[in-house]
Design a protein around this ligand. Structure first.
Ligand code: P6P
Length: 318
């Protein structure tokens, strides 16, 4: 069985340099620590909420803060990391001034699900950035991206430029490759959307969802944890939709570009799927701010194509 470290070593000197191997190894170790903290959180009092509000306007949970600190420690242990960008922090943090990379992450996505024991995750992206100005670059410039899914199993999903590999944490704390070159099924009849937000959808999304519900065989899943919904799509196909609010299109929606949409979009495209924000591929969006939000639609490419084509037609009609 191939371990995570063996996989990195096998690509050291080709897809990865030594700095990237160090960074990814430290991220893997951070996810092991976060997984460990999650498993015993009810026993160690790491549940509930704090009085703190993050830059997103969300109440921080103890595990949000702890996971963020664990990821920052992974940055500190990686001499090549110049900057850390976190969902939990207002601005980029200078880590090693001589570094050449930025580690961009959502340390604990879906944390509103923690107290009800639903799968949550850590999402990460690595880009070249030796100055703060270089952080705002489009998603196609990512060198690596991935997520850890903390569920019944702990999985680490990684793309470094040659497809997507899925690793599973074993009882000894070793990440073992359990899926090589994961592919997203091109077709699906399973869609994921928060149907309670229907009043905010534009006509394209409304017509797609209403048409799907009316078509035999279609089913809906919505976990409320992006990593959980993403991992299901990697395993059996599907389409995930978090569109913009049509009354506030400039707001971009709920999900953040740099540490949610871009890394997930990088993984999805590497597995043969599609990731769009409407007419535009997510990875082509030029960021304007660290915490910028974008509409997110990704998954089985033939299903995503129905929506991107509908947006093209709709835009033509305007
Ligand atoms: P809603 C979690 O807070 C998150 O950012 C994603 O992980 C998840 O897909 C989405 O928000 C859930 O949003 O509006 O259904 O609560």
């Amino acid at each position: 069985m191939t371990t995570f470290e063996a996989y990195l070593d096998a690509h050291s000197g080709t897809l990865l340099n030594e700095d990237m191997v160090t960074i990814l190894s430290n991220i893997a170790e951070a996810t092991r620590q976060i997984s460990d903290k999650l498993r015993s959180s009810s026993l160690s009092g790491l549940t509930g909420a704090t009085d703190a509000i993050n830059i997103q306007g969300e109440t921080q949970k103890p595990l949000d803060i702890l996971s963020n600190e664990i990821m920052l420690e992974a940055c500190r242990k990686s001499p090549a990391v110049a900057f850390a960008v976190s969902e939990e922090l207002d601005a980029e943090v200078l880590i090693h001034p001589a570094g050449e990379y930025a580690m961009i992450f959502d340390p604990l996505d879906g944390s509103s699900n923690l107290d009800v024991n639903v799968t949550v995750g850590t999402i990460f992206s690595i880009i070249e950035a030796s100055s703060a100005a270089e952080i705002l670059k489009n998603g196609r410039s990512q060198l690596a991206a991935g997520y850890a899914a903390y569920g019944p199993q702990t999985n680490l999903v990684l793309a470094i430029g040659n497809g997507v590999q899925i690793f599973t944490l074993d009882q000894h704390g070793v990440y073992v490759m359990t899926t090589a070159d994961a592919r997203i099924a091109p077709e699906t009849k399973e869609f994921a959307i928060n149907a309670a937000r229907r009043p905010s959808w534009d006509d394209v999304i409304t017509e797609y969802v209403d048409g799907s519900i009316g078509t035999p065989g279609y089913n809906m899943r919505w976990v409320g944890s992006m990593v959980a919904d993403t991992h299901r799509i990697f395993n059996r196909g599907g389409i995930f939709l978090y569109p913009a609010d049509r009354s506030k299109p400039a707001s971009g929606g709920r999900l953040r570009l740099l540490y949610e949409a871009n890394p997930i979009g990088f993984l999805v495209e590497a597995a043969g799927g599609s990731a769009i924000a409407g007419k535009t591929a997510i990875l082509d969006i030029e960021p304007t701010s660290l915490h910028q939000r974008v509409p997110v639609i990704f998954g089985s490419r033939q299903e995503v194509a129905k929506i991107s084509q509908a947006y093209c037609i709709a835009r033509t009609i305007e």
